[in-house]
Write a protein that binds this ligand. Sequence first.
Ligand SMILES: [Zn+2]
Length: 444
Amino acid sequence: MSKKLVQIGMDDIDNPDGRCTTHFASIIVERLKEWTVEWVDYPNLIRLNPNIPYRTRGNGAVALRFLIDHYDVDSIIPTVEGLIHDYVEGEYPNTNPGVVLFDDEVPKQVQSLSRLALWRVVPIELARRIIRTNNIPHYTSGNGRGLIGALSAVANTLHEDHTYEYIAYRALEDCEDKRGVDTVSVQSMDKTMGNRVFSNVDISTNRIMIEPHGKDPVLFGVRGEAAEYVIEAANLVKSKQDRDRWMVFRSNQGTGEHLKHRVEIRNLRPYMTAIVAGRVESKPRMIEGGHSIFTIKDDKDKIDCAAYEPSGEFRNIVMKLKVGDLVNVHAGVRPASRRHSLTLNLEGLEVVELANISEVSNPICAQCGKRMKSAGRGKGYKCTKCGHRDKDVRKIETSLVRDLLTGLHLPPAKAQRHLTRPLARIGKVNGGMPSSLVSKWHSH
Ligand SMILES: [Zn+2]
């Protein structure tokens, strides 16, 4: 029997009671076991533009890639549709599921939509038009927004760089209760695994970051550089609640894939994610609520930049900027409101060049060492302590020693986006598709 490569993308399969798309994907993977499928990739967890307002902070979609018997292809979408109805249990204004299927090459139009969705706002109508013109088998309900993520996930093969996440799920009936992930076990796992894993513990506070706090079925998620590593790491984690199921995802988390575009200030649009180069134009100031704000300017235009209170000690770095410093701001664009104009919401700050700042002060008295005072215009300086006068001395200019380093500065791990490339991953690249999968990458 000839097998066919099938790729499915899915997004926005959740409900306010805490269902989520990755959990649903693990249910599909389990269901597909009843058919004869051969997996060619781990399920992909694709994070999209984190600055889209109507999405949760995660903004993650899922893609599945497998070989399946020719004659089974047509029954996949109806099967998935049935599973979605059982899973979501009803209609919710903010749940707009989308599923797409490809059993052939992914069209160029879908690939460019996928790249766009990492850093721009993609209109639903564009996704619908692409589906229509390319006759893409799909399922959608609500306003169809899930189609954007579904298309984007399928077309992203993560060929430049990828990471892994082991996600453990609890039973749906346990979702009201505390997870009870054991902090000490996570800290010791992090030590044991070293740089094979990342962003599981915030090094500045030693707080664990693998445990979500909502009512969703995710018990914990461990991020790392290979499937083997995240599985090994997850098995070192202890929790009060049991793992009902688990699955390993290949992902663009921690790759910085959303921050590839340098945009001039005049071309910035609301909700875009971009790198903006400019010189610091105004001294940073701390405003009410603990946010620090400064302005940058490129050749033609100015824009405000903000590091918000949750970014913690990162704001102290921002406060050290001086007028004239050259920076690349990594940011999401916040739309203008009545209270502020278009603003860059800082996700990272690359200090390219420090301005040479000098302080000018009066000369020191040659007799007694005290700082002198001006004796009046053209009359030089006099010492108020010993009375020494000097007509020829001049003001002293000293270069200010800056306590800010050039290079990339990021907020603490707990305030980073899923997509942000953490400092621990600078220079790390996992390229290409995996040549083979580990023998056991999910629980069922
Ligand atoms: Zn003196």
